[in-house]
Design a protein around this ligand. Structure first.
Ligand code: HEC
Ligand code: HEC
Length: 243
């Protein structure tokens, strides 16, 4: 039986039975397992996807978008194939359901001791920092890396010198702007995933004022089982994972 049929049958079963009861059991069961060990074809995975979808609509969609709800500004789309913050498994850095569970539990730059906060985009427009000319030049280089066509190559060349020199941008975003998911540092060559805008003005603003996106911590707001169900749903419906 394919996954869609399973979900439809379970939705029907849930309407007929005492869904609340079985939901509490499901959450207990999820709380007790290592979510990376749950096979995508299993009954438990199917049930978690269904419960997770509801939780996502209640707790995440107002920012991340989903169903009829549009995504808020400066918030990433969790259903695409790009992860700003990579997986923590050192073998392949692929994102696992347990990585998403951590993002949910502790948040990103959130009000929690264990929150993810490796880096942020530092503001570089301070009085003794990059000059307006240097910011202009490095913004031109960023736009060049992003594939913009109206580039002044000479300005971009000066910008590259700022990028690899005084700007220190390569430290987080990589030698050629390819990004570094371990630092949550954006891939500057793929503007379709940017959060703060693709125009020259928007790029200049981010470099000048910095950026530090926040995803709230849900520990204490959702139960361990609920956080796992939501993580399984996010992981299981992301395009990169081929479900
Ligand atoms: C300490 C690490 C670090 C350094 C150094 C750094 N960045 Fe960033 N940058 C980040 C992080 C992290 C983000 C993502 C911020 C967020 O998600 O809120 C980011 C975001 C950006 C963005 C916005 C992308 C988007 O989603 O719209 C641009 C543009 C950018 N950086 C350019 C630069 C340039 C140019 C420099 C050098 C002057 C630089 N960065 C230096 C970490 C860094
Ligand atoms: C108040 C708005 C808000 C809510 C509510 C919210 N998030 Fe986020 N979330 C964000 C923002 C903003 C970011 C980007 C952080 C950054 O710039 O690095 C983010 C990032 C993430 C990321 C990392 C994405 C990546 O590409 O690496 C995950 C995973 C995530 N959120 C999951 C969730 C889940 C699941 C929920 C619900 C349980 C949730 N968030 C609720 C605003 C929100």
């Amino acid at each position: 039986m394919n996954g869609f049929k399973t979900i439809m049958l379970m939705a029907a079963a849930c309407m007929l039975n005492a869904c609340g009861d079985s939901n509490a059991k499901l959450m207990e069961r999820l709380a007790a397992v290592d979510i990376d060990s749950i096979k995508p074809s299993s009954d438990l995975h199917g049930k978690a996807m269904l419960a997770g979808q509801k939780l996502f609509a209640q707790h995440c969609a107002q920012c991340h978008g989903g169903g009829e709800v549009p995504r808020a500004v400066n918030v990433p789309d969790l259903s695409d194939d790009y992860w700003l913050i990579g997986g923590e498994n050192l073998d392949d850095f692929n994102i696992r359901a347990s990585d998403i569970e951590k993002r949910i539990r502790f948040g990103i730059r959130a009000d929690h001791d264990a929150t993810w906060k490796e880096t942020m985009m530092p503001p570089r427009g301070g009085a003794s920092d990059l000059t307006p000319l240097e910011i202009y030049q490095v913004a031109e280089y960023v736009l060049e890396r992003a594939g913009a066509t109206d580039i002044d190559l000479e300005i971009a060349m000066h910008g590259e010198a700022v990028y690899t020199g005084k700007g220190g941008c390569y430290d987080c975003h990589g030698q050629k702007g390819e990004g570094a998911s371990a630092f949550g540092a954006t891939d500057l060559t793929r503007p379709q995933y940017w959060l703060y805008g693709k125009t020259r003005a928007a790029v200049t603003d981010v470099i000048t004022a910095g950026a530090a996106g926040v995803s709230p911590a849900f520990e204490g707001k959702l139960t361990p089982g609920e956080m796992k169900a939501t993580a399984i749903y996010v992981h299981g419906s992301a395009k990169s994972l081929g479900f």
